[in-house]
Design a protein around this ligand. Structure first.
Ligand SMILES: Nc1nc2c(c(=O)[nH]1)N[C@H]1C(S)=C(S)[C@@H](COP(=O)(O)OP(=O)(O)OC[C@H]3O[C@@H](n4cnc5c(=O)[nH]c(N)nc54)[C@H](O)[C@@H]3O)O[C@H]1N2
Ligand SMILES: Nc1nc2c(c(=O)[nH]1)N[C@H]1C(S)=C(S)[C@@H](COP(=O)(O)OP(=O)(O)OC[C@H]3O[C@@H](n4cnc5c(=O)[nH]c(N)nc54)[C@H](O)[C@@H]3O)O[C@H]1N2
Ligand SMILES: [Mo]
Length: 712
């Protein structure tokens, strides 16, 4: 878009972060510099507020540690010693290295790695895919976040937006299931709060005592990864006690009889053993959920992060249909309203440019891929990282460090800051922040498209990701004009503007207002499945999933990959409880050697590892903490503020103990996002995370590990 930069202006932008709220943001510019940011007061979801991460976004933009020029490594890998070079030199080095690697081993020896450092359709998740597909590089399967839950959800109800988050104000009973809304989805809270003030009951199902659980009417604590047993027991009670909305089930679901038979063994007593929740509490929950209509479930991404995370979401996705919750506004299930956006993922990924059968490496396996553990032939000889900080967000940190330290690995990292990962790069390329670039944002937490206008010129020699890939295309001699599209062209081609959801929305109207609600009914009447109409093969809620029969279906959207069900075993067509691999479930399965389960939820002031290096946010979070229950602490002679070492066979990290009832017995909590560089023992909780994948969608299992803790 031909952006005209004004010296003094209020520019309407959009928050770039990987967060469901995708705020519309006002950027204040004076003398060509950003002086502040504000939440857009007229945006119905942002409602004039930003958050603890982005309130002072200008501090990120102008931080003294911003990378503003290309760098070449001068010291050992990891040392952080670099010298400035020109863009020409950086690109020439990359081109030379890659051509030599391709000549020797073919292009699959090059592995791209990215996630959601910035989220827009221009510079976000898919920005590098066409380039790497054309190059013939190994396909990097991105399944960090919601891929397992999304697969399960789509298998059950299809790619439907489900509920409008704003319609929660009409709910009579709300379950926030593994969702720490006040930290991770704070702009949705006003709609929950409105329902609560109108008399709705709010129930939080979470193993941790959080800011959100403190605001709820009831907090149900469940052992990690055992929610599947709870959901199946709820179905059991609902069917056994005749609380089913039989008319809705008869008209709009398939597989009810088989499901009814299948859940017979999942009694509340069985679930009590697995989850640690009293059987009577489970019965009451099921009854209240069924009979208080409209009832709504908001699931957090955290729900999927254990061995059976996919099947667990299958069970949850069956619940609203059984009780007819979809009949009214304020009833149903909210997972990812992302499905409402008519994004042309095929144009963004350009999977058609890849040679069929190109090998796929799941991003959760990066350490194994770089160290030879996956026995890749050819081995990975070059790694290209952008929009991600794998050393802090991927598992088995020690193994990954070993891989990144390989002298024969040519690593390039595009970054705003010298992250733990960037310290291992041979070449670092400078990236812009959101105020220096243009983008068009979908949301995975509401139903508005948001435009980000460029507010200032790029600092130093930093470039936006889209421009980075234009430069790389030139370097590699690509001739197809597709690789040289302008940002505006990318935006225009990324959306199906003819879709009914886009009626009345144009690029010009977006430029004027900065955002637009998709052309959907308002929240007051939003009940897309009051009369069925589910986008599944049968058009109904598939309690018994027909898509399970194929075993291996790949989500049509944000993932490019192939190996959905990693262990090759068939996907059960009926939701089936699978206990966690490591972290327990039934008390009897707690092993003697590493008896504690460890969780690493999101930190309030960080966005994954983003902001881990900014003084305002880092000082608010303090040092890496480990929350323990008093019974586990006493047994180990640990008191609050003691320095402790947390370890298992994969590694260890050091934290400051906080003893209290935030954690339940047998579970320790280590919030994520601190950097290795500022940690006490050069490691963070990822050092203990397993590389195992969950049962659906290649989802990670970082809530499914066990550890021991002792005084450091
Ligand atoms: N402040 C902040 N906000 C963020 C992020 C951030 O890093 N910081 N990250 C963004 C991203 S990428 C994402 S994916 C979302 C994630 O959003 P959420 O899913 O809400 O975030 P988490 O903190 O990972 O987990 C939420 C809660 O689930 C609980 N939980 C974990 N495992 C289980 C389980 O097995 N069963 C149950 N019942 N509860 C469980 C945790 O204790 C935690 O309190 O947040 C986004 N927003
Ligand atoms: N233990 C544990 N591990 C987790 C999770 C957890 O809860 N616990 N959560 C998982 C989840 S849900 C997610 S989504 C992932 C998140 O994984 P990532 O998406 O890798 O998250 P970040 O750590 O925020 O790293 C993003 C990096 O991109 C950089 N960046 C930002 N904008 C740009 C840009 O425009 N261009 C370029 N080149 N770089 C940019 C930022 O500076 C930052 O360093 O982590 C996963 N890992
Ligand atoms: Mo995420």
């Amino acid at each position: 878009m031909p952006t005209q930069l004004l010296n003094d202006a209020t520019v309407i932008g959009a928050c770039p972060h990987d967060c469901p709220d995708t705020c519309s943001m006002r950027v204040l510019v004076q003398d060509g510099k950003v002086t502040g940011v504000q939440g857009n007061p007229v945006h119905p979801f942002t409602q004039g507020r930003l958050c603890a991460k982005t309130n002072h976004y200008q501090e990120r933009v102008y931080h003294a540690d911003r990378i503003l020029h290309p760098l070449r490594r001068t010291g050992p890998k990891g040392s952080g010693e670099f010298e400035r070079i020109s863009w020409n030199e950086a690109l020439a080095t990359i081109g030379e290295k890659w051509r030599a690697i391709i000549a020797d081993d073919g292009p699959t020896a090059i592995l791209p790695y990215s996630y959601l450092g910035t989220q827009g359709l221009v510079n976000g998740l898919t920005v590098g895919d066409p380039f790497f597909n054309k190059l013939g590089a190994t396909v990097s399967e991105r399944s960090f976040c919601d891929s397992g839950a999304s697969t399960a959800y789509v298998m059950t109800v299809g790619p439907t937006p489900g509920m409008d988050p704003e319609s929660f104000q009409h709910s009579r009973l709300i379950i926030l299931w593994a969702c720490n809304m006040l930290s991770t989805n704070v702009h949705m809270w006003p709609f929950v709060d409105r329902a609560k003030k109108n008399g709705a009951k709010v129930i939080v199902i979470d193993l941790v005592k959080t800011g959100t659980s403190a605001m709820a009417d009831q907090h149900i604590r469940v052992r990690p990864g055992t929610d599947g047993a709870l959901a199946l027991a709820m179905i059991h009670v609902i069917i056994q006690e005749g609380l089913v909305d039989q008319d809705y089930v008869d008209r709009y679901t398939i597989g009810f009889e088989e499901l009814a038979e299948h859940v017979a063994p999942y009694t509340p007593e069985f679930a009590a053993q697995e989850t640690g929740i009293d059987a009577e509490v489970i019965r009451t929950l099921a009854r209240e959920y069924a009979t208080t209509q409209p009832s709504a479930i908001r699931i957090g991404v955290a729900i999927e992060r254990s061995a059976g995370g996919g099947q667990l979401v299958r069970a949850l996705a069956c619940l609203p249909a059984l009780v007819g919750a979809w009949r009214k506004p304020g009833g149903g299930l909210l997972q990812l309203p992302l499905w409402a956006f008519p994004v042309r993922w095929d144009v963004l990924h350009r999977a058609d440019l890849a040679t069929p059968g190109t090998r796929v490496v799941n991003q959760w396996q990066l350490g194994r891929a770089l160290t030879g553990d996956l026995k890749l032939d050819p081995p990975v000889r070059s790694l290209f990282v952008y929009n991600s900080n794998p050393l802090v967000v991927a598992p088995n940190q020690l193994l990954l460090k070993e891989g990144l330290a390989r002298e024969d690995l040519f690593t390039v990292v595009s970054e705003q800051f010298l992250t733990d990962t960037a310290r291992y790069a041979d070449i670092v390329l400078p990236a812009t922040t959101q105020v220096e670039q243009v983008d068009l944002m979908f949301s995975w937490g509401h139903l508005y498209l948001t435009l980000n206008r460029q507010a200032i010129a790029p600092l130093g020699e930093s470039v936006a990701n889209a421009e980075l890939f234009r430069r790389l295309a030139t370097t590699m001699g690509f001739e197809d004009p597709f690789f040289y599209r302008s940002d505006e062209q990318i935006m225009r081609e990324a959306i199906d503007w003819a879709s009914p959801a886009m009626q009345g929305i144009t690029m010009e109207s977006l430029e004027e207002q900065g955002w637009a609600r998709l052309n959907l009914p308002t929240a007051d009447v939003f009940a897309p499945h009051a009369q069925g109409g589910f986008p599944t093969p049968s058009g109904k809620v598939e309690l018994k999933a027909s898509m399970a029969a194929g075993g291996n279906f790949v989500l049509p959207t944000f993932r490019q990959g192939s190996n959905d069900h990693q262990d090759g075993s068939p996907v059960p067509a009926l939701p089936t409880y699978r206990p966690p691999n490591e972290s327990g479930g039934g008390e009897q399965r707690r092993p003697a050697r590493y008896p504690l389960a460890m969780m690493s939820p999101k930190s309030h002031s960080f966005l994954n590892s983003t902001y881990g290096n900014l003084r305002r946010q880092a000082s608010r979070e303090g040092e890496q903490k480990l929350f323990l229950h008093p019974s586990d602490a006493t047994a180990r002679g640990i008191r609050s503020d003691d320095v402790v070492r947390v370890h298992n066979d994969r590694g260890s990290f050091v934290a400051v103990a906080k003893v209290g009832d935030e954690a339940m017995p047998g579970v320790v909590i280590a919030p994520m996002g601190h950097w290795i560089a500022s940690s006490r023992a050069q490691a963070t909780p990822a050092a203990l995370n397993p590389t195992a994948l969950a049962d659906l969608g290649g989802a990670p299992t970082f809530s499914d590990n066990r550890v021991e803790v002792g005084l450091a």
